[in-house]
Design a protein around this ligand. Sequence first.
Ligand code: MN
Length: 291
Amino acid sequence: MKLCRFNEDRIGVVSEEGVRDATAALDLLPAYRWPFPQGDRLIAALPELTPAILRAAAASQPVPVADVRLLSPVANPTKIAAAPINYQKHIEEARADPNIAHGRDIKTIGDWGLFLKSTCSLVGPSHGVALRFTERRNVQEGELAVVIGRTADRVSRDEALRHVAGYCIGLDMTLRGPELPSWRKSIHSYTVLGPWLTTADEVPDPGDLDFVLSVNGKVRQSSNTRHLVYDVPRLIEFASGIYPLHPGDVILTGTPEGVGPVSAGDVIAVEFARIGRMEVAVADAGPPARP
Ligand code: MN
């Protein structure tokens, strides 16, 4: 199933015919009192809710995907964990580029661990990227995003994929500079997730997905997840050895070579096998709104 969130927090099932509204199924989510349980409740309930989602979708007329505003398929992750350097050719690219290295020794993912991005950085494709600090270099990183389906706490790589709800396309937008990645990459709108969640049953092997990223129609990144240094099961094992991963938590698996600068007016398009394609507009955030 391809499950999207669109317009005013509606959910929909995506097929070749378009988006079929399944929002009625949300009525089956349990009501909670504070303190709320950790994690995204829709993603957590997805296995039980799927029949109702499909029933509601079957009763709806399809709307063309182009006619809806796609939001992040995950509304409430407790964290966004991201792999810093997880494709060999990107490691080589990073070592060679003083804009990336900033005098640091670029080692391996095993040495560095993962970094966390603010959940407030997360938007969907229709929101687009709003650049800040445009006097500095802002770059695009296209990545496979893993969405956790049930709490994973110190799971082995053999058990890891059982904890996955599905996959999205991720953009890990990056302000270049000497600060820590969790700071530079946490700017609002610097994580884009979309176009929808493709549930794990439709992705039998997340370690063999072709993907292509272009900016203004020109291909910059073209790779396959088989080139990941730490593959998806290893990333889940690695991350869950430090913190429990809750339903809806996102792992950005890392970007291949071909990272480059973006500026206002650019359009980033990413296409992933078994997931789909999303287009994301880049704009200048401009000055903060004043009352
Ligand atoms: Mn990245």
